[in-house]
Design a protein around this ligand. Structure first.
Ligand SMILES: *Cc1c(COP(=O)(O)O)cnc(C)c1O
Length: 849
């Protein structure tokens, strides 16, 4: 028989130990080693057997053991210390508290997944882990962020393997009562229930669970409650499962239900209302629609006026460099779901309009609802400006208003404790980030090479132990008998160069590229003098049989008794396993099809532990590879034949390993230390360390996006939203008249027939603005290098000054410096101008001479 429901009966805590329940409910333990030590001390065996899950330990530790500990004065003192430390962490002013008060009072951060700890499996991969790291770093910096997401009752899936190497998916049912989350309740004790309207006058209900991530609260909506019919209860069953209808309901819950949950949360806890709303990827886009609906209802704004007000305070981050990866719904589905929602359906549909008139595009909606938008690395910013350029017709790619902030990772979560303790980073793990700045790496130089190398070897050894344990478990689960798994005891070697490759398995990540030349790979693995060992992990989306085939190929290759002690595919990639990999791998391999990796973060985590990246120059590596922190695999950009490209790039990997990586690793001094390798490790820690931090990323978000968005939002809301109203009406008026805006004539004087460097050029432009005034526009002279087809490059723009006006005709002038030799070109363009615009391209209109 199977149980219908499960729950955990906890021993009640003796008085002296009650602070343990406070500790367990704040997920800061997931990155704070001293708190974990304390949980481990409750019952070391139980701690090990449940994989370091404090909720389980606290739920299952015996009453006798607790009674003993309550009388153990040393333990109680330790407990008090840890609790005091948490209280300090939560209360002390951090970096954010030193900012001027233009900084937002609160920021809402929406994401479909959050990866904070393996104990709360609400993530599938990079997007979720990034969101988790964003919250943790916000907490460290004192940023008043509130996370909003969904509580999936089966999370993503846990991965197993069949005997023949096929991915098996299990969906373990999560009981929220066994998770470190608390139900959001009103002061009268009743649980908060938020609702979202569905078609046919049905209603979706959800409870709100609150997880505490240091100082940051995370609200997770859960539809598995009695108020719902069975169909609706299943809305939050799994992450990225189900059909379009299911996904739309999830996204409506996340966006609309999420805003409603936030309003409840703020009113119950007295938290200021968020001034900035950050949508992490398109899934969360409906939050903007709900806020528009709110404003039309509470302040009587029109859709357009509310849109202005909402946009000002909205930040949208895109993570998808592939059009096929964008979330889209049939337009008809949106029409059906939003018919009775409370905003004009045609306006709603226009937000998600794209080239295909039958589709509603969530990324396009994100861009139209967010006055500020960004990609997640410089290269991805470029790609995004190209990919979404159609939304700003008339503008060149560099002018498309999508910026970039390169992702980062949360150092205390991902760095091996031993490295921090030996001084690779200045703050101890999980300490509050003081107002002077986050984490420093200048102690690296003081660590003797031999000591650093010993630590690296220890971490490699720990990884080898974990690989053996997992290999054994996997072999048994795939049907091997105990008598057949003895080989796992000696698989892998703590002294062999260890290469890691772990990530989700969409085709662009090319899981099997390393198998391109099996004989060559085998030779590298079995080299008698200087072998490599390779550890691989990753999940394929359950609906992606192609991905599962790739996994099967790897598994079959690694099953070969001749090489299975040097190459392993480990099922069950999650945060818990990933940490061993980042700690212990010497080289982190990444070979995506450039430029399809928006950023990639696993290599950053490896770098924080002194791992050297061996990667295609894609995402973050394109930006920060410096010749001494690892190796760049040469790309065959421009070769369209995928097979040839794979061939060339795979050869590049083998060549780099044999000619660069291996010699460095195995060339040691008299004390057995590979000095040149350790130099690269130190260089990586010192130079990449400060860049890859999530605290750097979050402070970039704060300064470049959150603060300006808060200023815009406040301004637009001023005087009962009068500014938003005026702005909306101005924009409408401007767009109605834009068709007639024209640069009628441009004349240049001053430079003579043969202009010389250092001279100037006087421009005078006649501009027609029927129905508009010169104050409505900015007239710009744009100049730069010019190519054979008269295309302008490295463009500089200068505003032109109004000289005279005659009716609707106006003359503008500017003086251009001629600072460069060679072919030079210029033009004149007219752009809308208002102090409420964040970018001149924002309205998507321009008139060029
Ligand atoms: C960091 C991380 C990812 C994302 O890594 P990418 O390099 O972006 O693919 C995925 N899963 C886990 C468990 C991670 O720790």
């Amino acid at each position: 028989m199977r149980a219908l429901r499960r729950f955990t009966v906890r021993a009640s805590l003796p008085d002296a130990l009650t602070p343990l329940s406070q500790l367990v409910m704040n997920l800061r333990w997931s990155w704070h080693p001293e708190t974990r030590d304390l949980f481990e001390a409750l019952d070391p065996e139980l701690w090990a057997s449940c994989g370091g899950d404090p909720v389980t330990v606290l739920g299952e530790v015996s009453a006798e053991r607790l009674a003993t500990l309550a009388k153990d004065r040393k333990f109680v003192r330790r407990l008090t210390d840890v609790v005091d430390d948490l209280d300090d962490y939560l209360a002390a002013p951090h970096w954010y508290q030193s900012l001027p008060d233009t900084a937002p009072k609160a920021i809402a951060y929406f994401s479909a997944e959050f990866g904070i700890t393996e104990v709360l499996p609400q993530y599938s991969g990079g997007l979720g882990i990034l969101a988790g790291d964003h919250l943790k770093a916000a907490s460290d910096l004192g940023v008043p962020l509130i996370g909003v997401g969904l509580l999936y009752r089966a999370g993503y899936f846990s991965q197993g393997l069949s005997a023949d190497g096929w991915q098996l998916e299990h969906y373990p049912a999560l009981d929220p009562h066994g998770l470190p989350v608390k139900l959001l309740r009103r002061s009268d004790g009743s649980a908060v229930v938020v609702t979202v309207p569905l078609p046919e006058a049905r209603t979706l209900h959800a409870h709100v669970w609150r997880a505490q991530v240091g100082r940051v609260s995370l609200l997770l909506l859960d539809t598995d409650i009695e108020e719902n019919t069975p169909a609706e209860r299943g809305v939050t069953d799994r992450l990225y499962g189900g059909d379009e209808d299911h996904r739309l309901r999830q996204e409506m819950l996340l966006g609309i239900g999420g805003v409603r949950a936030l309003r409840e949360y703020c009113s119950i806890t007295g938290t200021p209302a968020p001034e900035v709303f950050h949508a992490n990827e398109g899934h969360a886009g409906f939050q903007g629609v709900e806020r528009i609906r709110e404003l039309t209802e509470t302040h009587g704004l029109s859709f357009n006026e509310a849109l202005q007000a909402v946009r000002g305070g909205t930040v949208f981050t895109t993570h998808t460099p592939v059009p096929a990866g964008i979330d889209r719904f049939p337009r008809a589905l949106i029409e059906r779901y939003f018919a009775g929602f409370g905003v004009p359906v045609d306006r709603m549909l226009a937000l998600g309009a794209e080239a295909d008139p039958t589709k509603f595009n969530m990324a396009h909606m994100g861009l139209r609802l967010g006055q500020r938008a960004n990609g997640v690395s410089q290269l991805h910013g470029d790609v995004s400006r190209g990919m979404f350029g159609d939304l700003w017709p008339g503008f060149d790619e560099p002018d498309v208003p999508i910026s970039s902030i390169t992702n980062g990772v949360h150092a205390p979560t991902w760095t091996a404790r031993e490295l921090v303790e030996m001084g690779t980073q200045s703050t101890s793990q999980g300490d509050p980030v003081d107002v002077d700045g986050p984490v420093w790496f200048d102690g690296v130089d003081r660590i003797p090479a031999g000591e650093l190398w010993t630590a690296r070897r220890m971490l490699r050894g720990r990884l080898v132990g974990e690989i053996r344990r997992r290999l054994r478990e996997t072999a048994l689960s795939r049907g091997a008998s105990v008598a057949e798994v003895g080989w796992t005891d000696t698989a892998f070697d703590p002294d062999v160069l260890t290469i890691g490759f772990a990530r989700r398995v969409p085709s662009y990540k090319r899981l099997t590229l390393m198998l391109r030349d099996p004989a060559r790979l085998k030779a590298l693995l079995l080299d008698p003098e200087r072998p490599i060992q390779l550890v691989i992990a990753g999940k394929s989306h359950p609906a992606d049989d192609g991905g599962k085939q790739l996994i099967q190929q790897i598994v079959k290759f690694a099953d070969d008794p001749e090489i299975r002690h040097r190459i392993a595919f480990l099922p069950g990639y999650d945060i818990g396993m990933a940490r061993y990999l980042y700690w212990g791998c010497d080289v982190w391999l990444n070979n995506p099809l450039r430029p399809l990796e928006a950023c990639g973060t696993s290599g950053m985590k490896s770098a924080l532990n002194g791992g050297l990246n061996l990667s295609i120059k894609d995402g973050w590596w394109d930006e920060w590879f410096d010749g001494q922190n690892g190796w760049a695999i040469p790309t065959a950009d421009g070769i369209d034949d995928a097979d040839r490209r794979d061939e060339i790039e795979a050869r590049g990997i083998y060549d780099l390993i044999s000619t660069q990586v291996l010699p460095r690793f195995y060339e040691t001094d008299r004390d057995g230390v590979p000095t040149r390798w350790v130099e690269m490790v130190k260089h990586t820690l010192k130079n990449l360390g400060p860049k890859v931090l999530a605290t750097r990323m979050v402070s970039d978000y704060v300064q470049q996006l959150y603060v300006p968005a808060a200023v815009s939002a406040r301004n637009l809301a001023g005087d009962g939203y009068a500014v938003a109203r005026t702005e909306a009406n101005w924009r409408q008026h401007l767009l109605e008249h834009w068709g007639a805006v024209r640069v009628a004539h441009v004349e240049a004087t001053g430079a003579g027939d043969t202009p010389e460097i250092g001279s100037t050029l006087d421009l005078r432009a006649e501009v027609e603005l029927p129905g508009l005034s010169p104050a409505d526009v900015e007239v710009q002279a744009a100049y730069g290098r010019v190519d054979d087809a008269d295309g302008l490059h490295d463009v500089t723009t200068v505003p032109m000054q109004l000289e005279t006006t005659e009716g609707s005709r106006h003359w503008f002038t500017a003086t251009l410096p001629l600072e460069r030799t060679g072919a030079f070109g210029y033009t004149v363009r007219v752009l809308p101008h208002s102090s409420n615009m964040a970018d001149p391209a924002e309205l998507g209109v321009v008139s060029v001479a």
